[in-house]
Design a protein around this ligand. Sequence first.
Ligand code: FAD
Length: 434
Amino acid sequence: MDASYTAPPGNHDPDVVVLAENVEDVIESVLYARENGLPLVARGTGTGMSAGAVPLEGGLVLSTVKMKRVIDLNVNEKWIQCEPGLTTADVKNAAAKHSLFYPPDPSSYKISSIGGNIAENAGGLRCVKYGTTKDYVLGLKYIDADGNLQSTGSLSNQVDGMDLTPLLVGSEGLFGVIVETRLALIPAPRATYTVLAHFHDIYRALEAIYTFLPELVPSVCELIDGEVIKAISQHDPYPFPEGCKAALLVETDGEEEAAKLELNRVMEVLEDHDALEIHTAQNPEERERLWNLRRLISPALSRIADGKMNEDVVVPIGKMATLIERVEEIAKRYKVLIPIYGHAGDGNLHLNVMYKKANEENRIIAHEAIFDCFKTVIELGGTISGEHGIGAAKNQYMNLQFSEDELNILRQIKHAFDPDNLFNPGKMLPPDSS
Ligand SMILES: Cc1cc2nc3c(=O)[nH]c(=O)nc-3n(C[C@H](O)[C@H](O)[C@H](O)COP(=O)(O)OP(=O)(O)OC[C@H]3O[C@@H](n4cnc5c(N)ncnc54)[C@H](O)[C@@H]3O)c2cc1C
C-alpha cells in the first residue's frame, strides 16, 4: 500500500521486492522482470496518495530509497545532482548548508523521496510563488524498458533539440526508473514573515485572498475551513477564537524590506476583511508553531473517520468560492462530511470525503460524492489532480477530463517508452475503450 485511501480490490502483494543500492541493481531488476514476464513498479517511500506505487498485478517492486548519494552540488551554477532515494528534506538541507534553497515542499517533505516527487511532479505549500517540482528538474538519468541507461536535459550531452525531461517529470513510474537527477537551486530568501488569520466566514477569507493576490506574490497562502479547525482543535490547544470558521496561513519572503512591505499589505487586507484575530510569528519558534497546525491537518482528519478520500483538485483561483459552495451542497445531499483545506494561492484545494471503511454503503456514497465533486471541478474549468497524481486511484476519472483522442495520444507516448507495458501497468491511463 501507500498513503492513498484505497487501492482497487484484490491482493496487491508483490512477487519480488528489490531494494536497489545502485544503478546496476536497477538494470538487473529491469532485465529480470522482462525475462520473467513480471510487471515492474518503481517505489520511493510510499507516501503517494494515488496508489501509484501499489503493485496491482503483483510483479517486482523496485525501491530506490537506498540510493541516497549526493553526487555533486555546484554552488556557482546553483544545482544539486543526486540519487532518487534522498528525501525532499535531505535535498533542502544539503542546499541550505550553502545558503541555497530547494523550494518544492510537499507537506510530506520529511519522508517523501525525490524520485517519488519527480515521478508525481509534487507540489506543496510554496507552489504559489515558486512553482512545482517540474520547475526545478534540469536533467534525469533513467533505466528504460530494455535495461539501458538513458540521460536527458542537462545530464545528456545534447544541448539542443528535444528534451525528454518534462515528459518524465510526472510520468508516475510509467516510462522508466529514475536513477539520478540534477535539480536547480535558488538563493535562500533573506527574510520570511508568517501570519495566521482567523475568520468567521470562509468566503470573507477568500475575498481577502482575491484582494491581495493581484498585488503581490505570497510564498505561502493556505486556506483551512471550519471542519478542519474543529479537527485540529481536538489535538492541539491552540486558541482559535470563538466563532472561527476559517483560517489563512500566509507568508511573504524575499529581501527584508520587500517581504516586510508585502506582509504589511497582507495584514491591511486581512483587517479590512474582518479577520477575527491575526497572529504574527515573531521568531522562528512561533513560526514553527503556526506551521505545526498546518502539518497537523492530515493526521487530525484521519482521526475523525478511518476512511478519508483526500482529493487534490484545482480550479481557477476566481472559482474557489463557487467550488466551496458546490461542495457544501454535495456534502449535504450525500450526508457526508467534506472538510476543505489547501494551497488556495494557486487554486489547489484538498477535498476530504470522510467515511467509515468497514461500512460498504458508506464507502459507495463517499465515492458518489467525490464523483460529483470531480464533475463540478471540470465544469469550473479545473483539474482532478493538482499534485497527488492519478495512479490507480483516479484513472477511472481520466475521461471526465480528457477526450478519447487525448487519451490515445497519452497511450501512444507510453507505448513509445514502454511497448511491452512493463512499467507500472494499470496506472494513470484508463483501459482503452475502443
Ligand atoms: C501527510 C502527507 C502529505 C502530503 N502532502 C503533499 C503535498 O503537499 N504535495 C504533494 O504534491 N504531495 C503530497 N503528498 C503526496 C506524496 O508525498 C507525494 O506524491 C510524493 O511525491 C511521493 O513520493 P514517494 O517517495 O512517497 O513516492 P511513492 O509513493 O513511493 O511513489 C509515487 C509514484 O512515483 C513512482 N516512483 C517512485 N520512485 C520512482 C523512481 N525512482 N523512478 C520512477 N518512478 C518512481 C512510483 O512508481 C509511483 O507511481 C503527501 C503525502 C502525505 C502522506
